[in-house]
Design a protein around this ligand. Structure first.
Ligand code: HSE
Length: 328
């Protein structure tokens, strides 16, 4: 049995869901991968709970002031980074990920900030130190995106991608189309339900969807792009007249992250698109997410996902952990 110590940075709802599910699956990891998984540390912004022999559920309720040596004291082999996303600086997650990768630890990223801030740099750091950097949790989570590209479509040439990657904006558009509510009221309900970002402009103005697309391009397609390469729009200017017009025309509006290559030139961004009832994206309602990838040899693939959070994001991160365990 090989020992694997896992540390979690960022211990809000998603981090806790990861801890609970990972410990509940310990027998599976042992049976399938010969892996003795221990949760040896969790770190919040100011406090940490560490036990190199493994924390049990509840052991993390009381923490001690956290030091800079968290990953060392946790004797971690894998870092799961689940802190809040800071798109401007990468936030503390950027520091944790750099420290982990530099020490050869594998990293499972859930938060998007560091990946948006310096995805190509982190990718290079991982390669330099022989560490794996997995990003499913930051690129649609339960919706298969990065794995679809890297595994299922391996060898294919990708011609275009469209994705409904932001649950909040899709929920808002669905509410406005179904119930004639205005954007502000629909947004209040989304915040109450807990899936909107702390700053809901990130959802409404397209930045969250753009972040996921950027991560997908940089990690799934080997690009080295920044946010400045994307043209980003949102749903903040949708009017009741737009809603009535789309309804009358039988069209469904979706905030779509898109990329296509025309004559070798990449065009990527986030914009509002409308779809007729015959299009699979017309069925992507509420907090459902979707991706459509058009390839040369495998044609068009559409995947959708509707799952309860934070459990689904935790499960996506633990899928990444299993891929690390499978690779040994
Ligand atoms: N606010 C995001 C969404 C959830 O609505 O999809 C985290 O990515």
């Amino acid at each position: 049995m090989k020992r694997w110590n896992v540390a979690i940075t960022g211990f809000g709802g998603v981090g806790r869901a990861v801890a609970d599910l990972m410990l509940a699956r310990r027998a599976r990891y042992a049976e399938r991968y010969g892996a003795d998984i221990r949760l040896t540390g969790v770190r919040r912004s100011r406090t940490a709970s560490v036990d190199p022999n493994g924390l049990a559920p509840g052991d993390w309720d009381a923490g001690v002031p956290a030091g800079d040596d968290f990953l060392d004291t946790a004797q971690a082999h894998v870092l799961i980074e689940a802190g809040p996303s800071d798109f401007r600086t990468g936030g503390p997650g950027y520091g944790y990920m750099k420290a982990a990768l530099s020490a050869g630890l594998h990293v499972v990223a859930i938060s998007k900030g560091a990946l948006v801030h310096d995805g190509p740099g982190l990718r290079a750091l991982a390669a330099r130190h022989g560490a794996r950097l997995k990003i499913s949790g930051a690129a649609g989570a339960a919706l298969p995106t990065i794995d679809l590209i890297q595994h299922n479509l391996a060898g294919c040439h990708i011609l275009s991608i469209e994705g409904v990657l932001n649950a909040t904006s899709n929920h808002l558009l669905t509410e406005m189309m179904d119930r004639d509510v205005n954007l502000a009221d629909a947004l209040t309900r989304a915040q109450d339900a807990g899936f909107a970002e702390f700053d809901p402009r990130l959802d409404v103005e397209g930045w969250d969807a753009a972040s996921k697309l950027l991560i997908l391009l940089n990690f799934g397609l080997g690009a080295s792009l920044t946010m400045a390469d994307l043209s980003v729009g949102g749903i903040q200017h949708v009017t009741p007249a737009d809603i009535h017009g789309w309804r009358a025309a039988g069209l469904s509006p979706r905030l779509v992250a898109h990329v296509a290559w025309t004559d070798g030139t990449l065009r990527a961004g986030v914009e509002l698109r409308t779809y007729p009832a015959t299009d699979p994206f017309a069925l992507v309602r509420g907090t459902t997410k979707a991706i459509r990838i058009v390839t040369d040899a495998m044609g068009e693939i559409v995947a959708t996902s509707h799952a309860a959070e934070p459990g689904a994001t935790a499960a996506a991160a633990l899928k990444d952990l299993e891929h690390i365990l499978a690779a040994g």
